[in-house]
Design a protein around this ligand. Structure first.
Ligand code: ADP
Ligand code: MG
Length: 374
């Protein structure tokens, strides 16, 4: 066969293959866009497991009329402008690929309005063709509708599972996103039924209620809350007590700078923190949030961005491992830990750095106050 340049639509479809595996991956991209747009409320609706319809509405900044068709162009993004920006990506997206990729494997309708506009506009992408812009009554924010996923990619369609399974994937995904941002209200409906509804969680109690709603009361009733900060690095969230470790690694939520990750290095660091207190074969459960300087991670390592590259992986590993190990051993000794260590300019957390403040479960559980100074 002679070499030829592939048609645009096929290029998009190949790119879509990397990130769009199933309806839940569509939702991930769309909801992350809503989060990047500063939404305070994100409402998601799916039909037929998301295959027939995924609809994501937000009250974020919206897309101006003149930019609507640009949003559907490949490598068009409002989130980075130069290679230096890649070193400090603060948004979840930056590749400018999600919308055109999705539009190449489904039918998409994008409706949006910015605060500066008196009305919204709609654009439809079908078979790689963009419609002309139509005015549409719409509140400030964006609504993206994706219909008939993979209608033109039979090979992919074959890999879709039953409606029930796809709905489960979509539900799990929404749960993971809702854990990431307590300051955003999320809802999920399948057909006419609301399956999840999370109001903005402002207080610690509300946050714990959201976590309990998502991962279960059982976890929350005994979980340890930790909040540890050293040299600008922060780790907070909930850890299971060693006795509540699970048979499966099915309750492990980790967010780095607001991005959900399934990273091997992180998983193994946390496991190691539990190593002395957990029975072999059991798995820790956690909902943890880590904040570090975005310049220390390269998020451009994985198309779906579930893995990252750390500039100093060992440091990250040790920070997590030592913090968790100390939290767990502190719990058992019931000892109060001391004041925070002086930060070292190189960001290194000394081995003996204590943590603070930390306290045990709310939800009427026993309050373990391990450390409270700081
Ligand atoms: P990326 O998120 O990597 O920039 P996308 O293809 O997901 O690429 O989106 C392209 C652009 O469309 C975004 O950079 C953003 O400007 C705009 N956009 C997409 N979704 C939304 C939304 N819900 N609200 C506001 N702008 C959006
Ligand atoms: Mg995006």
């Amino acid at each position: 066969m002679p070499i030829r340049v592939l048609p645009e639509q096929l290029i998009h479809q190949i790119a879509a293959g990397e990130v769009i595996e199933r309806p839940a991956s569509v939702l991930k991209e769309l909801v992350e866009n809503s989060i990047d747009a500063g939404a305070r409320r994100i409402d998601v609706e799916i039909e037929d497991g998301g295959v027939r319809l995924c609809r994501v509405r937000d009250d974020g900044a919206g897309i101006a009329r003149d930019e609507l068709s640009l949003a559907l162009l490949r490598h068009a993004t409002s989130k980075i402008t130069c290679v230096d920006d890649l070193e400090r990506v603060g948004t979840l997206g930056f590749r400018g690929e999600a919308l055109p990729s999705i539009a190449s494997v489904a039918r998409m309708r994008l409706t949006s309005r910015t605060a500066a506009e008196s009305m919204g506009h709609t654009i439809v992408a079908d078979h790689g063709q963009l419609s002309s812009l139509e005015p549409a009554a719409h509140p400030v924010g964006t609504c993206v509708e994706v219909r008939d996923l993979f209608f033109n990619v039979p090979a992919r369609r074959k890999f879709l599972r039953s409606e029930r399974t796809e709905t489960q994937h979509a539900t799990r995904l929404m749960e993971r996103l809702a854990l990431a941002r307590f300051d955003i209200a999320f809802s999920l409906a399948t057909g006419r039924t609301r399956v999840a509804d999370h109001a903005v969680a402002e207080t610690q109690l509300e946050r714990e209620q959201r976590v309990a709603q998502i991962v279960g009361d059982e976890f929350m009733s005994t979980a340890l809350y930790i909040e540890h900060e050293a040299a600008g690095w922060k780790l907070s969230g909930w850890l299971c007590q060693p006795t509540a470790a699970r048979a499966l690694p099915d309750l492990q939520h980790f967010y780095l700078n607001g991005r959900m990750l399934r990273d091997r290095l992180i998983g193994s660091a946390i496991r190691m923190g539990y190593r002395d207190v957990i029975f072999g074969g059991r798995h820790p459960a956690y909902v943890l949030f880590m904040q570090i300087d975005p310049q220390l991670v390269d998020v451009n390592a994985h198309p779906a961005k579930l893995e990252v590259r750390f500039r100093d992986g060992r440091h990250v590993h040790d920070f997590l491992f030592r913090t968790i190990e100390r939290v767990l051993s502190g719990t058992y000794a019931g000892a109060a830990l001391g004041a925070p260590p002086p930060a070292r300019s190189d960001g290194w957390v000394p081995n003996d750095s204590p943590m603070w403040p930390m306290r045990g479960p709310s939800q009427g559980g026993l309050a373990l106050r391990v450390a409270a100074s700081g």
